[in-house]
Design a protein around this ligand. Sequence first.
Ligand SMILES: Nc1nc2c(ncn2[C@@H]2O[C@H](COP(=O)(O)OP(=O)(O)OP(=O)(O)O)[C@@H](O)[C@H]2O)c(=O)[nH]1
Length: 311
Amino acid sequence: MTPAEPQKVLVADDDPVNRDVLCELLQPEYTVLLAKNGAQAVERATRHVPDLVLLDVMMPDMSGFEVLRRLRATPQTEHVSVIFISGLDRPEDEAAGLKMGASDYIAKPFNATVVLARVALHLQLVRQRRLLEHLAHVDGLTELANRRRFDDVYDLEWQRARRSGRPLSLALLDIDSFKQFNDLYGHPAGDRALRAVARVAGTHMRRPADLAARYGGEELVLLMPETDAVQALQIAQALRQAVAELMIAHAGSAAASCITVSIGGASLDPAQAESSAALFEAADVQLYRAKQGGRNRVMWRGAQEALTDAG
Ligand SMILES: Nc1nc2c(ncn2[C@@H]2O[C@H](COP(=O)(O)OP(=O)(O)OP(=O)(O)O)[C@@H](O)[C@H]2O)c(=O)[nH]1
């Protein structure tokens, strides 16, 4: 979602007049989706993941409370904001709706101005929450995922790989002689070089589940689910080469006349009960070997020496 994109509101009400009124009210500012019953509300919310749901409580097929319960139980919609709009106007009803996790409760007959004001308020809160989530997961300098995000995704992907028996590859990338680069060209130039390397790393993570993250300092980590050692090694080699081809001059490098990276990787062998920490450690050992071997190269656990890339 970009700031300019209109936010999506799903209106779920079995009464066509209410749907029309709410649609007309919201359409100038928001993208409005409609559902005429509870089942449709759940289906549309799951498919389109709206920013907000305006949900009638009393619908013949499924109550709004049940719709909310199902939305909370579905990963795509578990955090979606919901405002109940209901003819049930007793304080107990309102309290029950809020206790279930609705953001707000509006009694029918509703006042159009108040509905618009509350919708605007909750959509602003949604924007702020998304911004906070983004800031919590993205590294400010490189705009790659940050370490916290990596830790969460790694944990999930490792479990998924263990369950499915599918491969999982992990690589650590470290810029060569970066201390000397900072010393020679200054810290701001170091930041620019780091951003350039990060961009190249990001563009090499092509599958939706691939993740490039800044692990710390000038070290990046690459997570490649469903990718075996042969494929991952090829990607790492292409990435190493693409960084060298940036041709960022580095007169103080121990490896070349331009900025280069060393990469160490390991792939999970589903047949072996290896922990996520052990896989990470294995990639780190390979990174150490790449540095020891002269830098500007890729080392992969289990790969033949001939498969390593000495640039
Ligand atoms: N400009 C800049 N430098 C950073 C950043 N994060 C870490 N560094 C620098 O990266 C350097 C890493 O240095 P070392 O770990 O000694 O390794 P190196 O000089 O890259 O040498 P090798 O890894 O052995 O090739 C340190 O000087 C850090 O200050 C950053 O965000 N920006």
